[in-house]
Design a protein around this ligand. Structure first.
Ligand code: NAD
Ligand code: AHE
Ligand code: ZN
Length: 375
């Protein structure tokens, strides 16, 4: 198949708010410094739904969504040296070129090499490898894992231990890694108090990792009461349902009271700007740090009294947990294989590509942590 157009099935979203439709797509061969991957499994992340729904200001249609995949390299374009045909790989929506100002700074995982074209739904040469009857279809997040074959930039993919089951480690392509990195890359969590707002895959991952690095207390916060048992299973010491507080009590005030002045670290894993504010204000005066992981809809903005910051709280955020994918994911896969990092525990639902859109309903059901799609 190398060098030839591949016809395969993909889930296409034709417009904002529309359901995904199974289509036959043509996938062009990888150009220089590109890699074509046979995707075997993909997770569905809340961010896929966010873009499908039309809330993403960067959303473009028609598009092939998906950014939490695992697959095998089918062919490589000229000049590709980092992966080879047959490698088991995870596509990376946060590239790592190791050459740009960002990569060389040592201060961030955000890479500048392909981000501009990625945001336009295109490959680095400003064109798409996907088409249907000659009509180009947009790429998404540089990964487009809702297709049986996808093409990515060579800086946007990493090979991992082939002993790791791809139907599990595909989840390291986004959710679990994002949560893991958000905790381990932040010094000081060991021995500290933590509150996690939102117990989806991301929040549970923050709970699990905080527990792994031995935070002294991990308070999980969710409006869905069914999340209490999940949170405790992942290591939460406490669970608070903000919807069940006495009338007029704000969650931040409740948590400040509960923790004798506030938390050392808090995390927003909901994408709701009001929750982000509560997470900041639940931090301890003088040193509390709040991390935004959730992604908010177009037009939404955060606010608080600047006094919250003047009095020593820090508001920050991270993408992909601050993880440099090519350098760090192989090690995280090893940590999974040796039992140090949970992955299997997040998988609650399974779908096939033909009913991938049902997976979006699963996600809304509240009982779903992650749905893995068999491509
Ligand atoms: P999810 O929908 O599975 O989980 C969200 C959880 O928040 C649910 O359990 C829900 O009940 C809870 N919740 C909703 N409103 C709440 C409230 N007011 N107070 C407390 N809890 C509330 O989503 P997910 O897949 O875990 O993703 C979480 C967020 O993280 C999304 O916004 C997603 O887009 C974002 N995300 C960001 C990154 C990143 O790199 N920054 C990576 C992955 C996902
Ligand atoms: N396109 C949106 C922002 C979406 C966003 O913040 N994406 C996160 C990853 S979410 C994964 O589930 C991210 O990596 N952001 C950094 C980046 O470079 O996109 C918008 O608001 O425009
Ligand atoms: Zn995601």
């Amino acid at each position: 198949t190398a060098g030839k157009v591949i016809k395969c099935k993909a889930a296409v979203c034709w417009g904002a708010g529309e359901p995904l439709k199974l289509e036959e797509v043509e996938v062009a061969p990888p150009q220089a410094n590109e890699v074509r991957i046979k995707i075997l499994y993909t997770g569905i992340c809340h961010t896929d739904e966010y873009t499908r729904s039309g809330k993403d200001p960067e959303g473009l249609f028609p598009v092939i969504l998906g950014h939490e995949g695992g697959g095998i390299v089918e062919s490589v374009g000229e000049g590709v040296t980092s992966v080879k045909v047959g490698d088991h790989v995870i596509p990376l929506y946060t590239a790592e070129c190791r050459e740009c100002k960002f990569c060389k700074s040592g201060k961030t995982n955000l890479c500048g090499k392909v981000r501009m074209t990625q945001g336009k739904g295109l490959m680095p040469d400003n064109s798409s490898r996907f088409s249907i009857n000659g009509q180009p279809i947009h790429h998404f997040m540089g990964t487009s894992t809702f297709s049986q074959y996808t093409v990515v930039a060579d800086v946007s993919v990493v090979a991992v231990n082939p002993k790791a089951p791809l139907e599990k480690v595909c989840l390291l392509g986004c959710g679990i890694t994002t949560a893991w990195g958000s905790v381990v890359k932040q010094p000081g969590i060991t021995g500290s108090t933590v509150a996690v707002f939102g117990c989806g895959a991301i929040g549970l991952g923050v709970v699990a990792t905080s527990s792994l690095v031995k935070a002294s207390r991990v308070i999980a916060v969710d409006t869905n009461p069914d999340k209490e048992s999940w949170a405790r299973k992942f290591g939460a010491t406490d669970f608070v349902n903000p919807a069940k507080l006495p009338e007029g009590t704000k969650i931040q005030d409740y948590l400040v009271e509960l923790t004798d002045g506030g938390l050392d670290y808090t995390f927003d894993c909901t994408g709701n700007v009001h929750v982000m504010r509560a997470a900041l204000e639940a931090c301890h005066k003088g040193w509390g740090v709040s991390t935004i992981i959730g992604v908010a809809a177009a037009g939404q903005e955060i606010s608080t009294r600047p006094f919250q910051l003047v009095t020593g709280r820090t508001w920050r955020g991270s993408a992909f947990g601050g993880v440099k994918g090519r350098t760090e994911l192989p090690g995280l896969v090893e940590d999974y294989l040796s039992g140090k990092v949970k992955v299997d525990e997040y998988v609650t639902h399974h779908r096939t590509l033909a009913d991938i859109y049902e997976g979006f309903y699963d996600m809304h059901s509240g009982s779903c942590i992650r749905c893995v799609v068999d491509m």
